[in-house]
Design a binder for this molecule. Sequence first.
Ligand code: GLT
Ligand code: MN
Ligand code: MN
Length: 412
Amino acid sequence: MKPVPPSEQQALVERLAAACGGAYSPETRRKYFLSGPQWAAAYEGQALFHAPTRQPVTFTHVIEQWERLGIGYWTTHDTDVIPTSALGTDRQWEIVAEIAAALRKHGVACSMVTTETFHHAVFAASPAAESPEIRQYAAFRVQNTVRIGHELGAQFAVYWPGSLGYFTQGAVEETETLRWYAEALNAACETDLEVAKAKGRPTLKHCLEAKPFEPQAEILLPTSDAMLAFIGSGLLTHPEMVGLNPEYLHELMWGGAPRAALARALLAGKLWHFDINDGYRLKHDVDIAIGLVNPLDWLNVLVLLRSHGYQGPFNLDYKPPRTTSNWGVFHVSFPTAVDRFITLWEMAGEVISDPVVSEATAALKAGAGVRAGVDAAALHEANKELLTLHELIAHRIVQILWGQHRGRTYSW
Ligand code: GLT
Ligand code: MN
Ligand code: MN
């Protein structure tokens, strides 16, 4: 192939992207509760070992692109859009007004706001640090985010605690730190009750997000299950206002089964918000786009959520790779992630209504009908042919993923 000069590269990528097919219209995409984070779109590709590969991107640009693509909702950290020094000032409210105007202009809604309590040096010892003044500042930050959320019409506030942990043992006393962390959340809920009342709006849903490693060596609330225990610990004054924002990859990172973690959150009535992405077990937070690593697992996750009537947002919390250009973020990365999500969602519907899966599942639940009391060997003997259906169901779900249930065979 001839070299591709810079002036022809976007056209080439566009032509190959179109050749992929499988794209949905913006109208179809807008039917799903999909939200696109400011920080994901604006991620410049930097990390510990990496210099940025992309230019900064404004909220106006992101919101405009969400409209073009059909991503109906936008999410943000306070400091993604407001400089730290302007938080709580008149300048903040000017920026918030600009954001509200951009959202209105482009027909995009803000569904969620979150507080950055991990990046700035002030949070080096976590938002629940020993110093009472730093804790007071952390409380101000989450309360301020709640106010911004109400102003922008958000329904959710997310809390990823970041540095709530330690590198070396002994300096941090875990029970004390967790009490202090709860105090900040309590302050956010109190402010929410006041502001919601004053504005005649419903209170926000406050959602905790766990991550097992990073940025500390040891994390005090490493999993969604740890957070469920924290919500029920008695430390929160309004536990009914606090639920979960599990992230698919964060549950996979510690070696858990994301679908089982989501099932436990559903049973607790706390699955309120969901960060969708992909990656690998027992590795760092690679935040790859949905379905590029574990499509079969993702299909099964969506079967669970569809069959339980999950109505919350799907937040596209992934990082476009460093090799993707600024242009590519909005022309390849986001549209393809959204389209894989929709396809998997539709396939999940097919799994749920598939006659083979349905009959096999019903047969397993019907059992053999042979009463053998406490005779374990006889019970097994009576049911063993039915149990073969476990493997058949798995085969069938892979067939649905590959389109074989519609007659596709992989032969040339
Ligand atoms: C940070 C984290 C994400 C969280 C964000 C919300 S912050 O980028 O890695 O998983 O969802 O605060
Ligand atoms: Mn996340
Ligand atoms: Mn992540």
